[in-house]
Design a protein around this ligand. Sequence first.
Ligand code: FEO
Length: 398
Amino acid sequence: MPKIWTERIFDDPEIYVLRIDDDRIRYFEAVWEIPEGISYNAYLVKLNGANVLIDGWKGNYAKEFIDALSKIVDPKEITHIIVNHTEPDHSGSLPATLKTIGHDVEIIASNFGKRLLEGFYGIKDVTVVKDGEEREIGGKKFKFVMTPWLHWPDTMVTYLDGILFSCDVGGGYLLPEILDDSNESVVERYLPHVTKYIVTVIGHYKNYILEGAEKLSSLKIKALLPGHGLIWKKDPQRLLNHYVSVAKGDPKKGKVTVIYDSMYGFVENVMKKAIDSLKEKGFTPVVYKFSDEERPAISEILKDIPDSEALIFGVSTYEAEIHPLMRFTLLEIIDKANYEKPVLVFGVHGWAPSAERTAGELLKETKFRILSFTEIKGSNMDERKIEEAISLLKKELE
Ligand code: FEO
C-alpha cells in the first residue's frame, strides 16, 4: 500500500498537504522508467468560512484520496476546488471528490483547463480565471498566474500569502522520506530526480521554463508547494534556480555523456578506445550501452544530457539504418533535451558507412553541433581516427 501523508504544514493560513507515494508505478506517462516512484501532492487551505482544495491525485487512488481528505476536513464542507493543471495525475480523483462533496462547489481553472475538464470528465461548471487575476476567498487573496506549457497549455499556479501552489512546476520523481527541503542530504539526493522529471516531462517545453521563471520572479515566494515531490519551505529559490539551470543546459565541466549500442562488440571496441582517450584528456565520461546484456533506461540517459558538456554517440548499422534503440534514444534526446552542445558520432559498418546518413539525418535540424562523423569498418579499428575525433572535441571545449 502506498504511503499516505496528511499533515498540517502551515498555521496561518492553515494549510495541509495530502501526499501519496506511488510506489507501484513503473513507467510515468506509460513511457518513462521511474523505479524511484513519484508522489502526487494536493493541498487543503482552511479559511474563515471556506475550505479550498488545490489539485488532487491520480484516479486509481481516488478512494485513498477521499479517505485522506476526510481525515482533515468533512468533504461536504469544501467550498472551492482549484485545478492548477488537468493532467489526470492531479485531476483523476476529481470526479469521486465531487461525488463525495455532494453539493455545488466552485471549481476554478484556466480557460484551457475548463475545456479539458469538460473533455475528460464532462465537468462544465467551471469558473475561469485570467492571468494575474486575484480573488478573495475566505478573507484571503488568491492570485492566479498562467504558466502555459508547464506542463500543458492549461497550467497555472496559485499564489497565496507568499506560498506558491505550483503543481507540475517544481516537481520531481522519487519518494523522499520527508515532506520538505529541511534536510540537506535528502535535497542533494532528490535533485537528480528533479532533473530527470524536468527533462522527461517538461523537456519538450523547456523554453517555457525560462519564461515561467521570469514571470514568477515578480512574486515574493516564501514557500513552493508542488504537485510532486518535496515541498520547498527553506529555500524555494534553490529549486527555481535548478529548473532554470536544467532548461538552459548549464554544463558541468568535463562531463561527456557517451551512448552507444553494440550487438557483437565491434562498436564497443571503438567506444572503449574513445572513452579511454576522453579520460586521458581529463574528461569524465558517463557511459550508457545497449547490448545483448544491458539496456539502460532512456529516462536515465535523458537525465544526464542537460549538464553534459558534450555528447558522443556510437552506432552500429542495422538493416541499413541505426540500431532501433539508438534511434529511439536519439529521437527522445532531440525532442526532450535539444541543447546547443557539441556532438561526436562514431559509426561501425560491415559493407558501407552509414552513420552520417542515418544519425546525421536525425540530428541535422537540431541545436546540436556535430563536430565529426567517424566511420569504422567492422573490426578494422583506426585508432588514429578515433584519437582525432576526441582531440577535436577537446579543442572545441577549451
Ligand atoms: Fe504531474 Fe503534467 O502532470
